[in-house]
Design a protein around this ligand. Sequence first.
Ligand code: PHE
Length: 368
Amino acid sequence: MTAKLEADLTAAIAAAADLTALEAVRVSALGKSGAISDLLKSLGGMSPDERREQGPLINGLRDRVAAAIAARKATLEAAELDARLASEGVDLSLPAPPRRKGGVHPTMQVMDEMIAIFAEMGFSLAEGPDIETDFNNFTALNFPPKHPAREMHDTFFLPEDENGERKVLRTHTSPVQVRVMNRTNQKPAAPWIASGQEPPIRVIVPGRTFRKDSDQTHTPMFHQIEGLVIDKAIHMGHLKWTLETFLGRFFETPDVVTRFRPHHFPFTEPSAEMDVQCDRSGGEVKIGQGTDWLEILGCGMVHPNVLRNCGLDPDIWQGFAFGCGVDRLGVLKYGMPDLRDMFATDVRWLQHYGFSPFAAPNPATGLS
Ligand code: PHE
């Protein structure tokens, strides 16, 4: 009887295709009410002679079956591991997928785009320092002494220096107009800082600017690009053409619609703000359609007092200037919900909105 049981169990163990099937065989033989367990229990009811004979047979059977199950288990486990290793294998001969670690910040990408467009239109680049004199930031730009923009409200003032002068974090890039035009300028503090040029002048000035302001569309540090053109017989028509041509190229659509709104800046006369037509109905801003207007820059004809303050004769030289928020244009073009995210240094945001360094804009290969 034990011989037949042993043959059946041995066959079942060999036939168990996986660990679950093997476990079922084990339970049927060695489990609480398994066949071998039942035999072991039956020893108790036997006469001493019978037990002496059956005992070793049944115990031997139990040991051999247990050993066979353990051996089969080891084989099945090894096979399972082999299968997993095969399925999870890595093909080391495959080239690694390119993984970009760093990215170009959208502000810098947008600046490069703007510079590429204006460079093509014949503008050259000028730069000034973040820390500016009160004279360049305000006085030379025809700000009256008590003008509200000079007050603590908007301007970050530095502590007085030994001459009693309070420098400022420039509130706009317009002081670089003064640096470019003023040929009596103090020697520039560093080679990259613009100093006086003879007109005609055609420059753009990208840079950081600072104001005490923070909400969804304002950050205390932001970026502007200033444009300045000085020549003979320059008029508002040149300004309008330059800005419209720029915006069409920047937004990569011929459909940009703009309007000039009369405005006031102390350093231009007449002055205007330029709006672009857009659609804000769907939660994001779309350019070239819709019925809303978005203010994007300030501009105007350079005020005769500014020309005079820089040593140019306004009866000979005229010009236009404009100043445009770079970050804000980036937010518009690339659809970011909040300007403040631009400077939150959240690496996930940077990875999402950042640009490949290999996609640097230039007029030949396109902008974005
Ligand atoms: N500096 C102005 C501003 O920051 C913009 C501007 C620049 C306006 C040049 C006119 C001419 O708001």
